[in-house]
Design a protein around this ligand. Structure first.
Ligand SMILES: *Cc1c(COP(=O)(O)O)cnc(C)c1O
Length: 405
């Protein structure tokens, strides 16, 4: 197993990028889908932004260091990763807030329709944000299981809102087919790309998507709480009316006018002042992921998860895979159902193998392709086999729940 891993590492065209990330020695990090690793260029960039741009430049840096343009500039760099044009993407807010703005904008573009269609078991915040608009009397939530989504699409649906790669199982939706089906009944489509962006190519332009948002701190390695991004197809810019009409979305924020006038382009999606430090860290991650290339990252992510499954078989581990067995049908992760998934994930962490647990019974292993080695995969499988065979997970210390899992 280890020999095979070494062969695969030797032949891996992305192996050379691992040194562009700071990872503690001996740690096997299978949680890059929750918080991406730290790019080694980030600390120096942050040092410069903090000491020179903030410390010395002070307020002048809004112009001199291009702080004012940062959100749109980084959006433009995320665009090719998701098949969008640079003027269609902006880095701002969180995924949750972007969902709110985009759902409300979609409702406003489909007068007479109130239904937002999604699936039960979508990432909680996605569903909660529909509920928030429902509480305002603006939206009505409709949830249909993934098989039933096409039949639940009818002419009352204003917006179909789905997550491309499911956070728990990694199962992918067919974005092209569902976008087409939604458009056929006159509905708009909003894709949550949190678990795809930076791990696999997505082509929003080719499929004719209307809206999208995604996460900056997962595969884009933008750091904890990094700003998210939002996409609006250019054909909708003229009709876009997002509800959080803060001054940074104004056509001329520094005119300090009493009347709100939306910026004509994607800048309208901004609300308040850009989080410059967060954006600075995000830009380093985006640059690095863009340089490695999402097509190559996707191929490697598939190879890593395939290899993990081979190791599992070789070790005689009997695990219930809840991710699709076909790597073309899943994101960059493998999830296994086990009654003691929480304790197993804790026992693995004690062995310096960091994956995570998703309630109630899922052990989730993320395969961030930019920095993982096949060797790590073989080692992780061996640790998992030992934890299960030796019932190490039974120890009390592994059965106490922490706040963040
Ligand atoms: C991680 C994730 C989010 C995160 O939302 P934030 O508001 O940025 O915390 C949203 N949706 C999905 C599907 C996610 O995986």
């Amino acid at each position: 197993m280890m020999d095979r891993a070494r062969e695969l590492d030797a032949a891996d065209p992305l192996a050379k990028y691992r040194v562009h990330f700071i990872l503690p020695d001996g740690l096997i990090y299978l949680d890059g889908n929750s918080l991406g690793a730290l790019p080694s260029a980030t600390p120096a960039v942050m040092q410069r932004v903090i000491q020179q741009e903030w410390g010395e430049g002070l307020i002048r840096s809004w112009n001199d260091a291009d702080w004012f343009e940062m959100a749109a500039r980084i959006g433009g760099k995320i665009a090719p990763l998701i098949g969008a044009e640079p003027q269609e993407v902006i880095a701002c807010d969180t995924v949750s807030v972007n969902l709110f703005k985009l759902i409300a904008a979609a409702l406003q573009m489909r007068p007479g329709r109130k239904i937002i269609l999604s699936e039960p078991g979508n990432f909680p915040t996605d569903i909660y944000m529909i509920e928030g608009l429902e509480r305002q009397g603006l939206a009505t939530q409709r949830l249909a299981s993934r098989e039933d989504v096409p039949t639940a699409l009818d002419e009352d649906v204003a917006l179909l809102m789905l997550t491309h790669a499911h956070y728990k199982t990694g199962e992918l939706f067919d974005m092209a087919a569902l976008t087409k089906a939604a458009h056929e009944v006159g509905a708009l489509v909003l894709w949550d790309l949190s678990h795809s962006t930076g791990a696999m190519p997505v082509d929003l332009g080719a499929i004719g998507a209307d809206f999208a948002t995604g996460c900056g701190y997962k595969y884009l390695c933008g750091g904890p709480g990094a700003p998210a991004f939002a996409f609006v197809a250019e054909r909708h810019h003229r009709d876009l009316k997002q509800p959080l009409t803060g001054w940074f979305g104004h056509a001329r924020p520094f005119a300090f006018s009493d009347e709100y006038e939306a910026a004509p382009g994607i800048e309208q999606l901004q609300c308040g002042t850009s989080p410059v430090l967060g954006l600075a860290a995000l830009e380093v991650g985006v640059d690095l992921i863009a340089k490695i290339g999402v097509k190559r990252l996707h191929l490697k992510s598939q190879a890593l998860s395939e290899f993990f499954l081979e190791c599992v078989v070789e070790l005689g581990l009997e695990l219930e895979l809840v991710s699709p067995a076909d790597s073309a049908a899943r994101g960059s992760q493998l999830s296994f159902r086990h009654q003691h998934a929480y304790a197993i994930s804790q026992a693995l962490i004690a062995r310096d193998v960091i994956g995570d647990f998703r309630a109630p019974d899922i052990l989730r292993l993320g395969f961030a392709p930019a920095y993982l080695r096949f060797e790590d995969i073989a080692e992780a499988a061996r640790h998992l086999a030992e934890v299960i065979a030796g019932e190490e997970w039974q120890r009390d210390e592994f059965n106490r729940r922490a706040a963040v899992t």
